[in-house]
Ligand binder design. Structure first.
Ligand code: BEZ
Length: 251
């Protein structure tokens, strides 16, 4: 997927603002070597650095990494895929915010992360969990089906696991899961009712690959209409985010 790094920073900064809470869970200790997996434009990577971590950020998007390097020239950023990366020295911790749900081959990513950690190292992450964006996905499917687009499931780019599903994968790899939480986090959409279309254009373009650009505004408008009863709260629009957070230790 091609990311627009400027739009991401401008309109979707909540992604990393909420990530600051996950940083508390990471609990950086001065001098620790930390990998920020799916670092995007590098904001949380720079926070880890400020907290005393010796941090490397990786992201599959070259545009995101270019922006991160530009904003934080003293931090090491690398373009790398979460399912196929390696570093010479192992890390004390791997941190990841709002990335793992993009990785359909979760086992491959979990193995890479395990291999990248020192024994006793920790994997601390937040991702979309089971039920995340349920209404958004359901409304998108419904409207696209009404227009005769039938490959909606195979175009869904996300994996939103339940706690049991993800814990089983972590344990199968050899991690000990010491903490896991699955909770709702209603999240304000920028730009009110226009925010649905903007969000889908930014994060879910793969749903609409078969839709000609001139047909898209009407489809996005119908999706917005279906979401109104769920998302519009006295003029403020909120999405139905559900988070999965965990700490897993390499034993
Ligand atoms: C999330 O953080 O849950 C998310 C962000 C973008 C697309 C899908 C899910």
């Amino acid at each position: 997927m091609k990311w627009n790094a400027d739009l991401y920073d401008d309109k979707h900064s909540f992604v990393f603002q909420y990530g600051e809470n996950v940083l508390e869970l990471l609990g950086v200790k001065s001098g620790e070597h930390i990998l920020d997996l799916g670092c995007g434009t590098g904001y949380l990577t720079s926070e880890i650095c400020k907290q005393g971590g010796v941090v490397t950020g990786i992201d599959a998007s070259a545009d995101m990494i270019a922006k991160a390097r530009d904003s934080y020239p003293d931090i090491d950023f690398v373009v790398a895929d979460a399912t196929a990366f390696s570093f010479e020295e192992p890390f004390d911790a791997v941190f990841s915010n709002a990335t793992l749900h993009w990785i359909k081959d979760a086992d491959a990513a979990i193995k890479q992360i395990y291999d990248a950690l020192k024994p006793g190292g920790r994997f601390v992450a937040e991702m979309g969990g089971k039920g995340n964006m349920h209404h958004m996905v359901a409304a998108t499917k419904q409207v696209l089906a009404n227009y005769g687009y039938d490959k909606v499931d195979e175009n869904n780019p996300w994996y939103f696991p339940s706690p049991a599903q993800y814990a089983a994968r972590l344990e199968q790899q050899g991690f000990r899961v010491t903490y896991m939480a699955h909770f709702d986090r209603k999240t304000l959409l920028q730009d009110g009712r226009h925010g649905v279309a903007k969000w889908l254009r930014m994060f879910g373009p793969s749903f609409f690959t078969a839709v000609p650009e001139n047909a898209l505004p009407e489809i996005l408008d119908e999706i917005t209409g279906l979401l109104e009863p769920h998302y519009n709260d006295n003029g403020q629009w909120y999405t139905d985010y559900v988070r999965l957070r965990f700490i897993a230790i390499k034993e």
